[in-house]
Design a protein around this ligand. Structure first.
Ligand code: 13P
Ligand code: SF4
Length: 341
């Protein structure tokens, strides 16, 4: 395998057109054909390298379509990827998503090597709170359990009693069996969860830099101008959620599309989601209010190629942090996925 370090950047070969005919059809529904031709050599090289290394490539639903459709073995929301990492047989996982997702994979599968193709793929929610902040909150609210969103660092998870994602936040909060819960760090998700439960929530002022940008006026415009149904992620501000026909996590949104099969829909969430879902729902017109997550965009085909070629960047979590964070993650996994958010 040492020869892999000298692999040159991949180049176009005519046979790729035939070899990837089906994928080309899929990608051409969301990008111009010239872009597809630029991606195919990288896709082919990544698939070959992944096979040689015995790697499983996991991609979040916010990854660019050439990654989501082109190279991922497993796709999903943050809960789905955490579950897949815990269950997967391969010794090597390449996590195409943001850093907290790769950390969760490593915590749940400590014996595996987990690579993240860019160390700069962070998250505004994860960087909004530290482990010291959680300890200070506990001092202020003695005996109140802490539920942290998956969008947090391993150190914050280690200070938490349980983790949740937007797919199971209400269930995890209610599973704490406490009239009051500290819910961190997304203020908007927290306010949405608080509207669905009798449990009193202590909130933090974290926000997703992508979802906080949507406005109620934009949502009304999508409905009035395009007669679109509105589906919003609970990280959006409350007045945006109030305009939505459906509020749900990444996976709940696609389940809603499956059920409702709307003629026209605006997904008020990260932009790549619409591209990745569009191929599954060809009869639905997607109105794209386009906010891209800059952190998700740091993962590119060349960076995945380099990650596999050079075995970079392996995610490490100190053993005691990992142990405590794993306990909180396992508590979430035992609740599982029961969408009500
Ligand atoms: P999911 O938990 O729905 O995958 O979302 C993660 C995320 O980063 C949302 O912005
Ligand atoms: Fe974080 Fe928002 Fe990007 Fe999701 S979309 S990874 S919450 S910054």
């Amino acid at each position: 395998m040492s020869g892999l370090a000298n692999l040159p950047a991949p180049a176009w070969r005519d046979e790729l057109e035939h070899q990837y005919a089906d994928l080309t059809v899929t990608l051409e529904t969301v990008m111009p054909c010239i872009e597809v031709a630029m991606h195919l050599p990288w896709i082919d090289a990544i698939r070959q390298l992944a096979a040689l290394r015995g790697a499983v490539i996991m991609a979040h639903s916010y990854q660019a379509p050439e990654i989501f459709h082109g190279v991922a073995d497993v796709t999903g929301d943050s809960l789905g990827l955490a579950q897949a990492a815990a269950e997967c047989d391969a010794d090597l996982i390449v996590l195409c998503g943001v850093h907290f997702m790769a950390e969760s994979a490593k915590i749940l599968a400590p014996e595996k090597t987990v690579l993240i193709p860019s160390l700069e793929a962070g998250c505004s929610l994860a960087s909004s709170i530290t482990a010291a902040d959680v300890r200070a909150l506990r001092m202020r609210h003695p005996g109140v359990p802490v539920v942290s969103y998956a969008n947090t660092s391993a150190a914050v998870k280690a200070e938490s009693d349980a983790i949740c994602t937007s797919a199971n936040a209400v269930q995890v909060v209610e599973s704490m069996d406490s009239p009051k819960v500290i819910f961190l760090p997304d203020q908007f998700l927290g306010r949405h969860v608080a509207s669905l439960t009798d449990v009193e929530l202590v909130l933090w002022d974290g926000r997703c830099e992508v979802h906080e940008k949507f406005t109620a006026q934009q949502a009304r415009h999508a409905r009035e101008q395009f007669q679109a149904q509105l589906v919003a992620h609970p990280e959006c501000p409350p007045d945006v959620l109030a305009e939505a026909d459906f509020v749900g996590s990444t996976t709940a949104m696609s389940q809603w599309l499956e059920r409702e099969r709307p003629e026209r829909v605006a997904l008020i969430t990260e932009c790549s989601m619409a591209d990745n879902l569009r191929t599954r729902f060809p009869a639905t017109e997607f109105i794209k209010p386009c906010n891209l997550c800059p952190h998700m965009q740091r993962i590119t085909l060349p960076s995945i190629f380099e990650a596999l070629r050079d075995m970079k960047h392996p995610v490490e979590v100190p053993a005691d942090t990992a142990r405590a964070a794993r306990k909180a993650l396992h508590r979430m996994l035992s609740v599982g996925r029961r969408e009500t958010v």
